[in-house]
Design a protein around this ligand. Sequence first.
Ligand SMILES: NC(=O)c1ccc[n+]([C@@H]2O[C@H](COP(=O)([O-])OP(=O)(O)OC[C@H]3O[C@@H](n4cnc5c(N)ncnc54)[C@H](OP(=O)(O)O)[C@@H]3O)[C@@H](O)[C@H]2O)c1
Length: 280
Amino acid sequence: MNTKIPSITLQDGNTIPSIGFGTYKLKGSDGAAAIESAINVGYRLIDSAYNYENEGTVGEAIRRTSVSRQELFITSKLPGRYHQYDDALVTIQESLFRANLDYYDLYLIHWPNPSRDQYVEAWQALIDAKKWGLIRSIGVCNFLPVHLDRLKEETGVLPTVNQIELHPNFNQEEQRNYHAANGIITESWSPLARGNEIFQNETIVQIAAKHQKTVSQIILRWHYQLGAVAIPKSASPQRQLENISIFDFTLDEADMNAISTLTKPNGRMKNQDPAIYEEF
Ligand SMILES: NC(=O)c1ccc[n+]([C@@H]2O[C@H](COP(=O)([O-])OP(=O)(O)OC[C@H]3O[C@@H](n4cnc5c(N)ncnc54)[C@H](OP(=O)(O)O)[C@@H]3O)[C@@H](O)[C@H]2O)c1
């Protein structure tokens, strides 16, 4: 199987792997073993967060593999309760201490939490942490165009990446178009819609049979051809390998359109609309 992962150039000149590994709920020794396995099967981008309480687990997995730090692309995220500028800077350092790293390749603001209205100062902290070498690239998650416009107006710096909920039930076409127009790379969270009923979807099952691939591979190839960086999570080494084995076939236009038209206006899994949903 061809698992060589192409990379994408970010607007700051750094590169990001075009598929990565999600780690939500991977913690402790089972989590470290799962992340170590993911690195050994070929993942280089590892997505974690301060709020997943597993930055230490990621650091442990990195120590266990023979893959060098320079080959890896490690991400973490700033929680909503630490948006205040000084808190944000301390939190970034705390993330680094927990993971036992000198720098993150990518650090993201986890949610905009607009009612608090502190995401611009959090963004300024990320801009400064990048200048000081604590972070190579900076980005956000779950930011709507209105939030991104404000970052641009008030700091002059746009995120390199916006990590958003994106799967066949919610294809985020409008948001992706905004990203493309502004040089922002889309990262897809819950790219497999958490592996629920999507695996039985007749349209995707048929496309999988046509290409002799699994449903998961079809969905992840769809993300790749949309230009979005998917970060599927799996605790199983076999499924981890399956999920990055997507670079030896191509979906045609009809396949892409058929998957994209499965989207629904209320297709978010848990109705987490960033205009109102908040997480601290
Ligand atoms: N920024 C944000 O606000 C945000 C929000 C949510 C998630 N995230 C990030 O996005 C990552 C991915 O999202 P997610 O973990 O919510 O969901 P996901 O990756 O869409 O789905 C994970 C689920 O699918 C199963 N699965 C994976 N590969 C499979 C395969 N080939 N066949 C069958 N089942 C498969 C997994 O089970 P097994 O483990 O048993 O294989 C797991 O139950 C997270 O881990 C996290 O890093 C970010």
